[in-house]
Design a protein around this ligand. Structure first.
Ligand code: COA
Length: 152
């Protein structure tokens, strides 16, 4: 475990750094900064970062809740390349899962690309199972798998 990395809730001032990591990890399919701001505004309790001792952001993850169905969604998880494989992704994810649990949300979903082995392995380690595949999930003809965790 990387003990100099702390997992904490995101604050507004982290958002520009988060956006830079978001671009590094997902461009051209990254969330724009204004969307990150709005996710943060509607669900700050579900928005986490991994920060080093200099408060540099090394990873982040955030989610949202479908209140009608009582389902939590993990929207994004990313760790900077040099810090990957040091359990940071796992630690931030666990923080988000525990935030869902504290809100009595026991069913959690997410999507990822079928070739994203690192992410799929991590999610499976956390108990997620693949439940379906959608060949055109984002209407751009790129496939996504949907994974679900039922922690009831
Ligand atoms: C996916 C990602 C967040 C994983 O973060 P991480 O901090 O490197 O992962 P961890 O060190 O916490 O790894 C936990 C588990 O995930 C799996 N895993 C992580 N990286 C892996 C890799 N390169 N290959 C295979 N499995 C991997 C393993 O099961 C690992 O457990 P282990 O170390 O006991 O084998 C990171 O690779 C990343 O940011 N990728 C780019 C962005 C992305 O694709 N995000 C997911 C979008 S859905």
């Amino acid at each position: 475990m990387n003990s100099n990395i702390k997992i904490r809730k995101a604050i507004k001032e982290d958002l520009v750094s988060i956006f830079q990591l978001e671009e590094e990890a997902f461009k051209p399919m990254n969330y724009p900064l204004f969307v990150l701001r709005q996710f943060y505004d509607i669900a700050p309790d579900l928005f986490f970062v991994a920060a080093d001792e200099l408060n540099q952001i090394k990873g982040y993850c955030f989610g949202g809740i479908d209140m009608d169905k009582n389902i939590g969604w993990v929207f994004v998880l990313a760790v900077t390349k040099p810090e990957q494989k040091r359990k940071i992704g796992q630690r931030i994810s666990l923080e988000l899962l525990s935030a869902f649990k504290s809100k009595n949300i026991n069913e959690i979903q997410l999507t990822t690309t079928p070739d994203n082995t690192s992410a799929i392995n991590l999610y499976e380690k956390l108990g997620f199972k693949k439940v379906s595949e959608d060949l055109n999930y984002y209407f751009d003809n790129s496939p996504r798998i949907i994974m679900k965790l039922d922690s009831k």
